[in-house]
Design a protein around this ligand. Sequence first.
Ligand SMILES: [Zn+2]
Length: 678
Amino acid sequence: MRPLLAVFSLVLCALWQTGAARAADSVLAETVDRFDHLQPGDAVAISGRALSAGRFTCTLKTGRAAPVRAGDEVVGLFFEGEGAMEYVSTDPVEAALVLFDTRKGSGLKAEKTDRGVVVRDTFRRLLWIARGTPVPEVSGAPAASLANSFRKEREKFGRMHAAPLSHDFALQKLNDPAAPLVWAEMDGGKEDLVYELDRVDHPSEALLLLHPSESRDPELRKFLWPVALSHQPVGRDARDPAPPRFLLTAVDVDLTATAGNDAAMTVTETFVPVGAPLSALRLDLNGLWYAQAGANLGTRAEKVRAVTDEAGRGLAFDHRGDELVVALAEPAAPDRPIRVRFEIEGDFLIRPGGDAYWELGVSSWFPQPYLGEQAYTFHAVVRVPPPFVPFASGTTVRREVEAGRNVLEAQVDRPIQCAVILAGKYVTHEEVRDGITIRVATYALENESSMKGLTNVAAEIIAFYRGFLGPFPFGQFDIVEINDYGYGQAPPGVMFITKEAFDPLIGDMNQLSARGIARTFAHEIAHQYWGVAVRIPSYAEQWLGESFAEYCAALFLKARRGEAVASALAARWRRGASFAADTVPIPMASRVYVADDAVQRTEIRRGLLYARGPLVLDALRRELGDEAFLDFLRAYQEGFAWKFGSTKSVAGLLEARTKKDFMPFFERYFWGLEMPKN
Ligand SMILES: [Zn+2]
């Protein structure tokens, strides 16, 4: 797909230079408006028609159909009657997942065949719209109007918790008008389904199931929630991460918070188109935030006020469904950086449980592309009213009081993902250990002994990892207490950790709880190597963060807390992995869906990433031998720190070092369902 895309885009670029095309801003607004307001034409009777796109086929047995217009252009048809669909997943990596999710999460049957995994359903209504590929013609004897039925269908699918379909059609028109894009909505069968073939920026095909909210909360029940029963790449091996369409290479945030819920920020972002010119950007940005308000959830808003380019020109944008599409004033040339400035405000500072802190954490709190397109340096200036103290990913440039506000300026010079900002009523303790500034921030109360204890544990773990993984990725490391229980998180240069870690007995390693905290600390600190320095290009590669961090934590426990602690952890892995046995392979962990059973979904996901993954690494260690295994981890860090990692590159480096092909090993244990024996 890449070479094709480049050819089309060059043609597009030439058109623009001759002035034959309209300015991108009006194209975005017009296309979005037209596809938001699709209109059915006169209905006719039809029978025995077949429609197909990619690996998807619809049969319209008998019924009525009407052409569907976006503005003046006929872009598809709407059908009501007796219909059936068939979808084939030919991607071997997702085969087990398609079977599992369909069985556990839908009323449909998926069947393994010579052609791949086949999913079938019937439907009463079908909306089919397409660009870059022929639109099905509608002709026949006049029939009763479909206008009402069409309106109801659109209302229903408009409740899908996702960006509007008009975004995809606008991106197609702006970035690659020759690329096929097909969107089909089906209802009245066993399930409500959406099919999409999108060959624009990340060519793929997907079959989505829409289900009502499992929550009782009225805000969440407004939506229909999509689950991808299948999401297969087009023209690419699913074992390779999708190539980036562009890279986000620098983020500069200037944020001012009020003492209440409000924040205003300016975010300047640098983008570099990869391989082909780019006319529009697709970015994730939360629009709605949820916060507890009495018994139910209330919503908060994050709003984009303006988007401008380097020349100060206002750029057209559309921000809906947590997605922001921006039209550039002219196509950006490949491999040349452009800067875009976003003015954002809203009441999106949420204090969990009314506590005295808020967190802009690992979600899309500023405009950000897909994981595999994030590799940015980060600079932030954060202003908050006292007594709140701000924290951010990166090294502190300055910390001072300015116009009555606590101001933090922080900087990361390496390309990262998932930068965070947090502020709250914190007391901090700072110490330099082996050249690394370790800062422990406790919530609400000064807690001298736990601060010292945690600094010691962190310094011990960092020293251990430096011994075999190489230099610690950051010169400063913040450990921030979160007023909750039971989890840790590891954004770049920061660890969020819940309050059980701040137990004053933490320094006493005879305590069982202290061992648990040491394990959590060891896992979260390892993430600075695995998941931060080595970046994760897609959710399919999450094990490079979770399983590798977990395994390194086990190495720490074994070396510093004794064999018994390490074997207790290994026993936990075997139990955890048994929850995930015979389900789906490790790369599909985050796509597991079991209807109405969030507990089982979580157990399987955890079982794959935090248990089966470490067992695979343990099998690798036994195969290589202890020393060669540690040397390999270090070599991977040397080769892939501050780059995107991938399982294929893990296999490649293993082969380079051992002269043995390791792809069969990962085919069995990573892309396959096999559990290593031990
Ligand atoms: Zn983790």
